[in-house]
Design a protein around this ligand. Structure first.
Ligand SMILES: Nc1ncnc2c1[nH]c(=O)n2[C@H]1C[C@H](O)[C@@H](COP(=O)(O)OP(=O)(O)OP(=O)(O)O)O1
Length: 195
């Protein structure tokens, strides 16, 4: 197996290489893990994302999620955050894990990634997120805008398409923080979970 195909530190499951980048730099050293969630509604060729209005990742489009509180499971947190941030309930399925580290930060984000094809309730803007539908297709027939990759976390394009295909995955993405506060991808690796 070549170096780029070897899973990074922190990913211990049996994985088949999917994609990677930034091989010329080392992985960042390990940091204490904090647990987060992010949830997406994916229906045929469209995906519901939220424009983050405040807090970490402000100004980016992302799935709906946040910290897992001490009294809850990851799935309970994902369901709660989806309802708090988008006003809907959904039968979320776990599909991925992303280890996310920012150079100079004090923690590794362990992000459980969920998706659902159905939801109940009315999609509602919250004080944290403005929900919007985007097309995952290159040949959109519903008049939706394409997924705004340039306004998302930089390596999200590596795994968002796997949600539509229902392919379980694991990944790691290390970022540097530039002078103006922008997050610059440093090294990343994604693999498909062997089933
Ligand atoms: N790289 C990447 N891709 C996709 N999603 C994310 C990342 N990095 C991330 O941090 N995230 C996600 C994971 C979480 O859903 C949010 C960050 O959580 P945050 O909004 O800070 O947590 P809350 O619990 O909602 O925070 P407050 O309510 O305290 O503001 O981004």
């Amino acid at each position: 197996m070549s170096d780029d195909q070897k899973p990074p530190p922190g990913l211990d499951e049996k994985l088949s290489y999917h994609t990677s980048g930034g091989l010329e730099v080392e992985w960042l050293p390990p940091l204490p893990i904090k647990y987060y969630t992010v949830a997406h509604i994916v229906q045929n060729d469209k995906i519901l994302l939220g424009y983050k209005k405040r807090g970490f990742g402000q100004g980016k489009y992302n799935g709906f999620g946040g910290k897992v509180e001490p009294n809850e499971s990851s799935l309970q947190a994902a369901i709660r955050e989806l309802e708090e941030e988008a006003g809907i309930k959904a039968p979320l399925k776990h599909i991925g894990v992303l280890l996310f580290i920012v150079n100079g930060a004090d923690k590794t984000f362990h992000i459980d990634i969920y998706y659902a094809e159905e939801f109940e309730g009315t999609i509602t803007e919250s004080d944290e997120m403005k929900p919007e539908w985007f097309s995952l297709s290159t040949n959109d027939k519903d008049g939706l805008p394409p997924v705004p990759w340039d306004k998302m976390w930089d390596t999200d394009h590596c795994w968002i398409p796997l949600l539509r295909e229902g392919k379980p995955f694991r990944g790691r993405a290390d970022f540097d923080k530039g002078e103006s506060g922008v997050f610059i991808p440093r090294r990343w690796w994604y693999g498909l979970l062997d089933e």
